[in-house]
Design a protein around this ligand. Sequence first.
Ligand code: NOJ
Length: 755
Amino acid sequence: MAGAEPAAAGGNQGGSAAAKDAFIASLMQRMTLDEKIGQLRLISIGADMPQPRLIEEIAAGRVGGTFNSVTRADNRPLQDAAVQRSRLKIPIFFAYDVVHGHRTAFPISLGLAASWDMDVVERSARVSAIEASADGLDMTFAPMVDISRDPRWGRTSEGFGEDPYLVSQCARASVRGFQGSSPARADSVTAVVKHFALYGAVEGGRDYNTVDMSPLRMFQDYLPPYRAGIDAGAGGVMIALNSINGVPATSNRWLLRDLLRGQWGFHGVTVSDHGAIEELMRHGVARDGREAARLAIDAGVDMSMHDSLYLKELPALVRSGEVPVARIDEAVREVLGVKYDMGLFQDPYRRIGSARDDPPDVDAEGRLHRAEARDAARRSLVLLENRQRTLPLARGGTVALVGPLADAPIDILGSWSAAAKARQSVTLLQGMREALAGRGSVVYARGANVTDDERVVNYLNFLNWDKPEVVQDKRPPQQMIDEAVEAARGADVVVAAVGESRGMSHEASSRTSLSLPGSQLALLQALKATGKPLVVVLMNGRPLDLNWAKGNADALLETWYAGTEGGHAIADVLFGDYNPAGKLPVSFPRSVGQIPTYYNHLRLGRPFTPGKPPNYTSQYFEEESGPLYPFGYGLSYTDFALSGITLSATTMPRQGSIEASVTVKNTGTRDGETVVQLYLRDEAASVVRPVKELKDFRKIALKAGESRQVRFMLDEDRLKFFNDRLDYVAEPGEFTVQVGLDSQAVRARTFTLLR
Ligand code: NOJ
């Protein structure tokens, strides 16, 4: 892994927790109330105030940290103001949304999860930290670990999917990657797990909507990933914008005090989301700004992002006794604590460095991590269909490459591409041309715009990009389709890159439909009618309605938004230089009406059972039941077979364990990788339990013809769940172990947990 550990770094300044506490206590003794409140402000660069004023605010001790600046040269004067001009010289920190890469864009988080490869998740975060810290950044607002079971929600793209176990593993790997062996390292950034909590469960998948959820579901399914990130040592937690069972997260004492600090023992800083304290008035729980500030500080919101109220309201609230100064102190202690852990008191310029060392290449071309990004991107691709082994494509012929996403340097970067530059990304067109290197040709036609709806274009261009990025081809849709058909007729095979522009899978981009927008489906249908083999390459940040493609495409490859090196990675798979092994981290529904379609749903009294009469069972009568593509699904250019699933025993004593083993064989003619997945079903418990739950997985590489035994250790902890008193328990009785290469096609064995 890039980035050797500097000898002097690692651990906190002064080493022990006692030294840290003493340092902070002594500093706080010297702070005025105004200086303390100043530490609680997190300022949005560019949005909150002009730079000269920001510098004065920092010098006056009225800023704790900033976010949205991305170069050392930008950050240096701000830190100068803090440590040279402010009375107590307390350094500020610099944060940014480094979600799936910084200068180099990695695949979106949903794609990273599709790799089912925690080394890839960790490495992408490590590289992001190396690049971000080299730009003077100390903190990232990531990982985003909201479980998402509703693909209408645009932020599905930002998370790691629908499954508590897989998302928790990704959360852990991400935090490890961002923070490295210590957040004090010069090449680490402090991870801020978000959005606490349950943001992915907004009603109807409509962003910023309400969340109403039973405690059982919360504890069982939605809370574990945040906990995993925190247990991995994340220095911060960002509080969600939604309300939870009637109380906004931002004013939720139960959430932030009882659960996060109390039960989970979180030590670190909590930050509000953008403007969320002010939004308490719009939620209707605060009459005015004063009450909003009081509710937030009281609940446990340490820092106010894009602050408008803490600075204004807290001084008077403290003076009147409505907010005890002890509460302010608690928050300040956490802010100073996170700065201490970042090593900023030791060296405020730890990540900013000195001007003479500033990198001359503003675009960071020489500092990109292209090899790592290409590797991660290849691993994130999921092969959904491959009839008659259409893929991999042979070199030598003519490929018609069509579709609005075939040559889309911005979209391929994905929705939170931080400081990545479109001019540095590799589009599919470029990747395929390079892959052919003269051995065959590519004919390109755009074929369609992503959408034909001007209103949608205007909306997407209104999102917070620097400049309008959805640029329409003004030709009528049919004319573009005709041109693409013409190209297809003259080719041996058609590759169609379709999906969504990145802004469609983004914050504030919820959809009522999962269809391919605009005339893209018509384009695919016209291409199919040419009789040429049709390879559909999807670029999107959420499950889409793939009914037509599933039935008609000769091959279907889900590529998410694959990042800076996306075009190379996709071409590697299309031409067989890499054998795809990704698996879906989220179920793909058949239709919007079927949502939610997550695989680990609770058992029912009247379940629909395939092969049995459907009457009076839980299903939609006019559509087939179950997902179009199940969680955990993905093909390879080779075939794998599972056999000989065995358990080391049929009973497990208390505190004991059982080993499940299975033989996996690569029965095809190519080397390849697959993901062996272990699910568990509790056959009878005191509360209704899911039909199955992922408990472990192993990604393995097998040469053609090779077999291997894969072993999983199951102990009592893996059998635990939250009962109706929210105790985390394993109850005696029967359990079924299911092992498969996706969540549906599984082989099962049963054992009993003894009393
Ligand atoms: C709002 C988003 O909800 C959050 O994820 C992000 O970190 C902040 N804006 C800062 O950009």
